[in-house]
Design a protein around this ligand. Structure first.
Ligand code: SAM
Length: 276
C-alpha cells in the first residue's frame, strides 16, 4: 500500500500518532528532500530507509516505486512539509497507483492552506485553493483574470521573494480587497495580518517579507460580480454580446438565452437584432 503521510508545516508537535507509526513500519519512505526529512526522522527516532521523490524525477521514479509496491512493499510518501500532493509532488504517483490497482490511503494532518483559512477571519464555507500562481506570464494572466470574478474565498501560496510582485498583480487584477497574510504558521513567529491588498503592497514596499506566507483573499460579492459583468456588456451591441458568450464556449442557443436574461429582453428580440 502507498501511505500519503502529512508532516508538520513548522511545529514538530503536529505530527500525528498514526503518521509516526506508519513511518516506522513501512519498508520505504519516499521523500521530497531526503536530507530535510532525515531531520524529522531522527527527531522521531525512525530508521526506515529513505529514497527521493521530487518534482524532477516524479515520472521515472513513480515507475520504480510502482514496481516495489507490486512486489509487496509498503511505501510512505512525505513532502518537505504538510500534505503530500498539495502544491507538492504526489499527484503523479497516486494516479499511477490507481491505474495499476495499487491501494492508496491518506493520513491527514497539517496543510498550510487550511490552517491559514481558519485564521483568516474570511468566509470559510466556500473557498478556492490556487496554490502558487503559474510562473508562465500568459497562464498567470489567465488565472488572475479568472480570479477577478471569483466569489469564493481565495487561498494562494507565495514565496517571500515573490510576495511584493504578486501582491501588486493581485491588487491590480482584483481591486482593493481584504486579505489575510498568514505567515510562519505553527512556528515561533506565526502572525496573521488582516489588512487590504493596497495596504499590503505599501507595507511590503518598505519592509522585506520574511518566512513562508499563505494569502487568503476575500472573493467578489455576488452584487459586485453582477455589476462588473454588466459593465462589460453594457457598452456592447447585441451581436457583440452574443459573440462574447460564444467565444467563452456557449452554444448559440445558450448564448441567446443568457444575452436575453442579462438585458432583461425576450429571446425573440435577440434573434431579431441578429437578423436585422
Ligand atoms: N504541501 C504543503 C501543504 O500541505 O501546505 C505546501 C507545500 S508548498 C511547496 C510550500 C508553500 O506552502 C510555501 O511557499 C507557503 O506558501 C506555504 N507554507 C508552508 N508552510 C507554511 C507555514 N508554516 N506558514 C505559512 N505558509 C506555509
Amino acid at each position: 500500500m502507498l501511505y500519503l503521510c502529512a508532516t508538520p508545516i513548522g511545529n514538530l508537535g503536529d505530527i500525528t500518532q498514526r503518521v509516526r507509526e506508519t513511518l516506522a513500519e513501512v519498508d520505504l519512505i519516499a521523500a521530497e528532500d531526503t536530507r530535510n526529512s532525515l531531520h524529522l526522522l531522527n527527531h522521531l527516532g525512525i530508521k526506515t530507509p529513505l529514497t527521493s521523490y521530487h518534482e524532477y524525477n516524479k515520472y521515472d521514479k513513480a515507475e520504480v516505486l510502482i514496481r516495489k509496491l507490486k512486489e509487496g512493499q509498503d511505501i510512505a510518501l512525505i513532502s518537505d512539509a504538510g500534505t503530500p500532493s498539495i502544491s507538492d509532488p504526489g499527484e503523479v504517483l497516486v494516479k499511477r497507483c490507481i491505474e495499476e490497482g495499487i491501494a492508496v490511503t491518506s493520513l491527514p494532518g497539517p496543510a498550510a492552506c487550511i490552517t491559514a483559512l481558519t485564521l483568516s477571519g474570511l468566509p470559510t464555507r466556500r473557498f478556492v485553493f490556487e496554490g502558487f500562481l503559474p510562473a508562465d506570464k500568459k497562464e498567470r494572466m489567465e488565472v488572475l483574470e479568472e480570479l477577478t470574478g471569483e466569489t469564493r474565498t481565495i487561498i494562494l501560496y507565495e514565496a517571500p521573494h515573490h510576495l511584493l510582485h504578486t501582491l501588486k498583480e493581485l491588487c491590480e487584477a482584483l481591486g482593493n480587497r481584504p486579505i489575510a497574510l498568514c505567515r510562519e504558521l505553527t512556528k515561533r513567529f506565526e502572525s496573521v495580518e488582516h489588512t487590504y491588498l493596497d495596504d499590503a503592497v505599501e507595507y511590503y514596499g518598505k519592509e522585506e517579507p520574511r518566512g513562508e506566507y499563505v494569502l487568503v483573499i476575500l472573493g467578489q460579492t455576488r452584487e459586485e460580480k453582477i455589476r462588473s459583468e454588466r459593465a462589460v456588456w453594457e457598452s456592447m451591441s447585441i451581436p457583440e454580446h452574443m459573440a462574447m458568450y460564444e467565444v467563452q464556449g456557449m452554444d448559440h442557443k445558450e448564448a441567446m438565452k443568457q444575452v436575453a436574461q442579462d438585458r432583461g429582453i425576450r429571446k425573440r428580440d435577440v434573434y431579431n437584432a441578429l437578423h436585422k
